[in-house]
Unconditional design. Sequence first.
Length: 211
Amino acid sequence: MNACPLCGRASLLSFYQDRCRSYLRCDNCHLVLVPPEFLLSVEAEKAVYDQHQNDPADENYRRFLSRVFDPLISQLPKGARGLDYGCGPGPTISVMARESGLSVSNYDLYYQNTPEVLEHSYDFITITEVIEHVADAKGLLVLLNDLLRPGGILAVMTSRVGDEDTFGQWHYKNDPTHIRFYSIETFEWIARYFDWQLEVVDKDVVFFYKK
């Protein structure tokens, strides 16, 4: 692998090695990534996702999502239209939004593959525990930027990567479907590249504001 899947620079350095995979880090945008030879097949990846038991009736799951939903909804105008990208097998943010008087469309490659929702534009987009699964990091962000209206908010939830010393003990990396890991430095690079404004909301939540 010669180029970073986010910034495109040939600046990848060895970062960490465990029994299952090796990890590289981009010296430019600081994305930590799993090389292609360790990526799962589509079938194997979906088999992992099929084990998830996300349910909009699960109060614990709602509480987890509220870390991104509550600070987001407080900033949205009445009638704002949103997209939950990568909603999974049990779409829940759209349910929470509907209870708050907002309309949210669902999209998921495996469970809600409705390309027509990607033909519209949105006032806000949520992408919760998804960005770390997507190999084409830049392609995903370009798509989301195209879908987001000027003045819109992109709300991202993902655990942020630390340094090499803490990475070895980080449980988040052990999920075989987690292949791209983001730090504050990476999010800052993204904000500069797309000319977005970055807000760090929580330890696992950031908002991007499209100017």
